[in-house]
Design a protein around this ligand. Structure first.
Ligand SMILES: [Zn+2]
Length: 315
């Protein structure tokens, strides 16, 4: 029997857990669904990631409001993917902050990405009719942007670490608390999605820059919070290993089909049971095949191309 397309058959709600990582620093994890977070300033809030719809975002905000009623001044988006950004209107943020490439990618391929992700992961799109349209960042930057939190809370530094999961990922870094929100540049016990990635750069210079910041608590894009220097190192090492194995296996293959089979065989023993592994792998291998054959920028995923690649590769 054919495998159901992507995560279209994954309909069970995940348990969401709100954790207070330090005074005024919050993370909501959800068993492998996209993580979100929030950081308190003296008289304002910074929210990190927006979930897939305003209805999903309002559920998160209702939980956050049990801890703080400060107004949301900034909504920070780690990258352009629909399941991270389309809930933005629920936050009522004064500023929506992203990397400058993220804004360009939304203009170039935001519509197609929305349709693609909705078909791949319908469960994440709670009440899709509540989405008012694409999310447009109102503040962008190239290298770094610092938000002063006020009082003795220190600062929140938004950093670009190079191309990785997409062309425009940022990480949000609290140097005083040594806490990082890494977006999808790092996953912790969750499979990687690399369909829009730059595998060679991500697995080397980009992850090196992420690691060099020296986080002691890390919230990845999906999966549990990584705690302690060793826990953070393990999450980064897992992300790098996943990419390195993909590069080795796809690089050794003579055809796209063989590349998929080799990669599946090599990754499944360690990562096969982790969230979204089977869902992501055909798209991941397709993109890496392109990357290793001279296609500089990821081709745009459309709902139609998703199905073609799926039918070609997933047994
Ligand atoms: Zn993503």
């Amino acid at each position: 029997m054919a495998r159901p397309f992507a995560s279209s058959a994954d309909l069970d709600d995940k348990q969401q857990v709100l954790e207070v990582l330090a005074e005024g620093v919050y993370a909501l994890t959800a068993e492998g669904d996209p993580n979100v977070g929030a950081i308190e300033g003296e008289d304002f809030l910074v929210c990190f990631e927006a979930l897939a719809t305003p209805v999903a975002a309002r559920e998160w905000l209702a939980r956050l409001r049990e801890h703080t009623d400060k107004p949301i001044r900034y909504l920070v988006l780690s990258h352009y993917h629909a399941v991270r950004v389309l809930g933005a209107s629920a936050f009522g943020a004064r500023m929506i902050v992203a990397h400058e490439k993220t804004r360009e990618l939304i203009a170039e391929r935001g519509e197609q990405d929305w349709a693609s992700e909705y078909a791949r992961m319908p469960r994440l799109f709670k009440d899709p009719g509540s989405i008012p349209g694409l999310t447009w960042p109102t503040v962008t930057f190239g290298d770094r942007l610092t938000i002063h939190l006020g009082g003795d809370r220190g600062e929140l530094v938004l950093r670009y670490c190079g191309r990785g999961h997409t062309e425009g990922d940022l990480v949000a870094w609290l140097p005083r608390q040594r806490i990082m929100f890494a977006g999808d540049l790092v996953e912790s016990q969750a499979a990687l999605y690399t369909g829009d990635a730059f595998h060679r750069e991500w697995s080397s210079a980009t992850l090196d820059r992420v690691a060099a910041l020296g986080a002691e608590t890390l919230v990845g894009g999906r999966g549990a919070v990584a705690r302690g220097k060793e826990g953070v190192a393990a999450a980064i090492a897992q992300t790098r290993d996943f990419l390195t194995v993909m590069l080795r296996e796809v690089g050794a293959a003579g055809s796209l089909k063989e590349a998929f089979e080799r990669t599946h065989r090599a990754l499944a023993p360690r990562y096969g049971s982790w969230p979204i592994f089977e869902h992501c792998l055909p798209f991941n291998v397709s993109r890496l095949w392109d990357e290793l054959h001279g296609v500089e920028r990821p081709r745009i995923w459309t709902a139609e191309r998703d199905r073609e690649v799926w039918d070609q590769l997933q047994p």
